[in-house]
Design a protein around this ligand. Structure first.
Ligand SMILES: Cc1ncc(C[n+]2csc(CCOP(=O)(O)OP(=O)(O)O)c2C)c(N)n1
Ligand SMILES: [Mg+2]
Length: 382
């Protein structure tokens, strides 16, 4: 799906600000919302935000470029250039809103799907692709942008983030840490342990759970009998559910949570209620376990469409802006394609590097075995 074809819809209602109770789906608890799916600006008693037209356009640009990058990566996988890709389609607001809430000195622990957060942290998108092409184990220096390497072991980064945050507190620094994980990860012991430790040590960490409704083929009702954000209460820190497709609400809520952490008020859990519009990864076929109607319902809540509707109805972005952004997205897509196709293959022996800081006898033995194995091919061909 290209950005422009999805973003062309017009707002369905006037966008004048109105105060009122935030919307909730039937049978679901209320969630923090500042922009309705129709692009109408609403107020929330606990969370407010006041952005300039330029800042609003900036958030829109971030989401459009991230979606385009993601679409390009999916296509590259289909063309055999990547081994695998985990798409963020539908989760742009959750990631851009929270990513833009962080300060450069904050530290971010992502899963494998946080391409939008990486974008906000300043990690070059092409660097995200090396691991998925199988030419490196990460592709960026975590300390350059305070953005840790992608973590595949579900939930483990919640503990890494908690330990890091405890260190931040011991250093007396006023930065915060944010850990991303999914609804499925919330069932992991590591996440429960992270909640316990962070609460007891009052660690400056924000737990950002993107509830995208699915953990591969398992729906959220297989993970929990209570709304996920309510779990925080049992550990002794606040939890909040935010409309994860509303970039303004996510930004406001995450800023507040990070500020709490920075000012010594301890951890907080944010449940960003969103939807994984695509497959779990390119190896997955969601038509085997979920209905098209479900996806269609969520398409009506598209994070990019609603911000576009708001920008247009307020006269804060014109056709030139949207056209230039499309050109910029095309250029980004081309840059990504060119970068992937020209990524050098790693040296065969590189796999033995960076395992132990000071080396290890077993690794040395394996390296020697592998070198001999490779040399045997040269002998055969002689
Ligand atoms: C410890 C561990 N168990 C199982 C897996 C296999 N696995 C990969 S992704 C995934 C589902 C994760 O779902 P969720 O946390 O909701 O994140 P999402 O993929 O939806 O963003 C599982 C079970 C894994 N990577 N690590
Ligand atoms: Mg999930």
């Amino acid at each position: 799906m290209t950005v422009d074809s999805t973003a062309a819809r017009k707002p369905r209602r006037s966008s004048s600000k109105r105060a009122g109770k935030p919307a909730a789906s039937p049978g679901q608890p209320e969630l923090v919302q500042l922009l309705t799916p129709e692009g109408v600006r609403v107020e929330h008693p606990d969370y407010s935000i006041d952005l300039t037209p330029e800042e609003l356009r900036g958030l829109y640009r971030d989401m459009v470029l991230t979606r385009r990058f993601d679409a390009e990566a999916t296509t590259l996988q289909r063309q055999g250039e990547l081994g695998l890709w985990a798409s963020l389609l539908g989760q742009e607001a959750a990631q851009i809103g929270s990513g833009r809430a962080t300060r450069p000195d904050d530290y971010v622990f992502p899963t494998y799907r946080e391409h939008g957060v990486a974008w906000c942290r300043g990690v070059d998108p092409t660097n995200l692709l090396g691991m998925f092409r199988g030419v490196n184990h990460g592709g960026w220096d975590p300390n350059e942008n305070n953005f840790h390497l992608y973590t595949i072991v579900i939930g483990s980064q919640a503990l890494h983030a908690t330990g890091y945050a405890m260190g931040v507190a011991k250093d007396g620094a006023d930065s915060a840490v944010i850990a991303y994980f999914g609804d499925g990860a919330s069932s992991q012991g590591d996440v429960a342990e992270a909640f316990t430790f962070s609460a007891v040590y009052n660690a400056p960490v924000v737990f950002f759970c993107q509830n995208n409704q699915w953990a591969i083929s398992e729906p959220t009702e297989r993970q929990t009998r209570v709304p996920l954000y309510q779990r925080a209460q049992g550990y002794g820190f606040p939890g909040v559910r935010v409309d994860g497709n509303d970039v303004l609400a996510v930004l406001a809520v995450t800023k507040a949570a990070l500020e709490r952490a920075r000012t010594g008020q301890g951890p907080m859990l944010i449940e960003a209620f969103t939807y994984r519009m695509g497959a779990h990864t390119t190896s997955d076929d969601p038509t085997k376990y979920r209905r098209d109607e479900e996806r269609e319902q969520w398409e009506a809540k598209d994070p990019i469409l609603r911000l576009r509707a708001y920008l247009e109805s307020e006269g804060n972005a014109d056709e030139t802006f949207f056209a230039e952004l499309e050109t910029e997205a095309d250029a980004l897509a081309k840059r990504v394609r060119d970068a992937v196709r020209t990524m050098p293959d790693p040296d065969n022996m590189a796999i033995f590097e960076n395992i132990y800081a000071d080396g290890h006898a077993l690794v040395d033995e394996e390296r020697a075995q592998f070198a001999a194995y490779q040399a045997s091919f040269a002998e055969e061909s002689n």
